[in-house]
Structures are given as C-alpha cells and as structure tokens.
Design a protein around this ligand. Structure first.
Ligand SMILES: Cc1cc2nc3c(=O)[nH]c(=O)nc-3n(C[C@H](O)[C@H](O)[C@H](O)COP(=O)(O)OP(=O)(O)OC[C@H]3O[C@@H](n4cnc5c(N)ncnc54)[C@H](O)[C@@H]3O)c2cc1C
Length: 263
C-alpha cells in the first residue's frame, strides 16, 4: 500500500499517476489545503477563473472516480515496524510507502515569550519530550483534537497537568527556562513544561516526531524526492521551491513516476 498524506494538488497528482499504473494507493487528508484559502485561481492551465475550494474539491472528485480511497483523518505520527504505521486522530494505517504532500510548513504566530523558551521548557511533541517532564508541572496549550491526544499521552507521565487555550494566555515567563504562565486574568500558573498544540498538527512537528529532516525551506529531499527515511517521499509546497499549484502538480507526478520505476 502507498499512502499519500495530503489531498492538495501535489497529493492528488501523485495519487492519479500511481493508480493509473495499477498501484494500490490511498489518500489521507484533514482538508486544510492552502488551495481552500485562495479566493480565485486564475493562473492554472485549463480551469479559467476558479474558486480555490472548488478546484480542491474537483481534485478529490477526480481520484474518487478512480476508486482511490480518500480518508478524512489527521496523521500525528509515523512509526516503523516492518511497514510504516501512520498514527491518525481516528485510526492507524499501515503502509509500505508514504508520500508527504502536507503543504507549506506553518509559520504560526508565537505566544508572547514562546520563542525564547523553545527547548527550555516549551515543546511541541509529547512523545518526543514528555519523559523529560515526568511528575512535573505540565501545561497543554490548545483545544483541538491534536491537543486532546497530547494531553491523554502526558497524563501517563504526570498527574500535575492542566489545559489552557491560547486566548487565556498573556505571556510565558521564565529565567533560563520556563517558570510560569501569566494569564490574561492576571494570575500566574507555575509550570515546568509547556506543550503547545495548534488546532491541527504542523508539518514541522509531524516530521520532527517521525524523524524526518526539515530545514527552513521545508522537508529535506534527495534528487529522487526521497526524505532521509527510505520509502518516505515528499512533494509540493512542503519541499523547497516555488509555492504554486503547477509546481505541486509536477512534483506529485514526478514522485509517482519515481515510485513506479522503483517497484
Ligand atoms: C491565499 C492563497 C492564494 C493562492 N493563490 C494561488 C494562485 O493563484 N495560483 C497558484 O498557483 N497557487 C496559489 N496558491 C498556492 C497553492 O495553493 C499551493 O501552492 C498549493 O495548494 C500547494 O499544494 P500542496 O498539495 O503542496 O499543498 P496543499 O494544497 O496545502 O495541501 C496540503 C494537504 O495536506 C493535508 N494535510 C496536512 N497535514 C496533514 C496531516 N497531518 N494529516 C492529514 N492531512 C494533512 C491538507 O489537509 C491538504 O489536503 C495560493 C495559496 C494561498 C494560501
């Protein structure tokens, strides 16, 4: 099974070429494509002026017509055990090959004080860093499904754990490491560790958790679009280069043909 994470132009293009070469392929998406934010697209071949969301839906429809399963889920971790195990919010999925078509790495707005304490009490990944906060005071910031999962995991590590929302927080404060969170109601919460979870998992965090190398331009790939992990490929806005639909579609096609030529 080949699993493509992402149903934007890169993922859909990759899926189309793989399926037409008779490969077993599935697509998993949390429906957060950059395309859905574009009011109109006017520079893509053959569509004329089209609403971004409409083009996104057309892409999904085109692969469903080829009987490619499109699964609504958010992948939050990738592990390896004979084959890849993709851990989703709803389910786990086994796969021999994975294509990351997750879109652009998120440049989110930091909470005041956050940047200063990254690695000094602030983490984005419970499975990576939770153990460092065994029996310590932990705060999980965020209220989405991903935050729920991280909270459930961290409850095994410490019973001294609270949940907060971004909107509750004024500033993260500390000296050489985090010591407390100043809330908008002007009270302070003492903490040793803070786990920040956006509404959906950032591509950077998913890669970090899964051992996939990134740099400031995105996921690091070789000349065959393969990441530092064998049989995990990447394409589209997630890799370096121009962030445009035509480039993402081209990347997806190239990755599919590399996989086809190797199997
Ligand atoms: C406002 C705006 C306007 C734009 N206008 C234009 C334009 O006019 N012309 C143009 O060519 N380009 C335009 N772009 C850029 C274009 O949208 C992107 O280059 C293109 O969508 C990239 O395709 P992609 O498949 O790499 O990523 P995306 O389209 O971002 O798709 C990423 C996919 O990955 C999924 N995903 C991410 N993480 C997970 C996860 N953990 N689990 C499951 N699924 C996940 C998402 O749900 C989505 O399906 C615009 C972008 C924006 C934001």
């Amino acid at each position: 099974m080949i699993t493509i994470i992402g149903a934007g132009p890169a993922g859909i293009s990759c899926a189309l070429y793989l399926k037409r070469a008779n490969k077993n392929v599935q697509v998993i998406t949390n429906d957060k494509s950059a395309l859905c934010k574009a009011k109109y697209i006017e520079n893509y071949y053959g569509t004329g002026k089209i609403i971004g969301k409409e083009l996104y839906n057309n892409g999904i429809k085109s692969i469903q017509e080829l009987d490619i399963p499109v699964i609504k889920d958010e992948i939050i971790n990738i592990q390896y055990n004979d084959s890849f195990i993709l851990e989703g919010i709803n389910n786990n999925y086994n796969s021999d090959i994975v294509v990351l078509a997750l879109g652009k790495i998120n440049n989110r707005t930091y909470i005041k004080g956050e940047e200063k304490f990254i690695g000094k009490g602030i983490s984005y990944c419970a499975t990576c860093d939770g153990f460092f906060f065994k029996d310590k005071k932990i705060a999980v910031i965020g209220n989405g499904e991903y935050a729920n999962k991280e909270y459930e995991y961290l409850k095994n590590i410490s019973s001294n754990i609270i949940r907060l929302n971004n909107d509750d927080i004024n500033e993260i404060i500390g000296t050489d490491k985090v010591t407390h969170i100043n809330l908008k109601n002007n009270t302070n919460v003492e903490v040793d560790g803070i786990f920040i979870c956006d509404d959906t998992i950032d591509a950077n965090v998913l890669c970090l958790k899964s051992g996939i190398l990134t740099n400031k331009d995105g996921v690091v790939i070789d000349e065959n679009y393969q990441t530092n992990i064998d049989n995990i490929y990447s394409c589209g806005d997630l890799i370096p280069g121009i962030k445009q639909i035509s480039k993402a579609v081209n990347d997806g096609m190239l990755v599919a043909n590399i996989i086809i030529s190797r199997r």
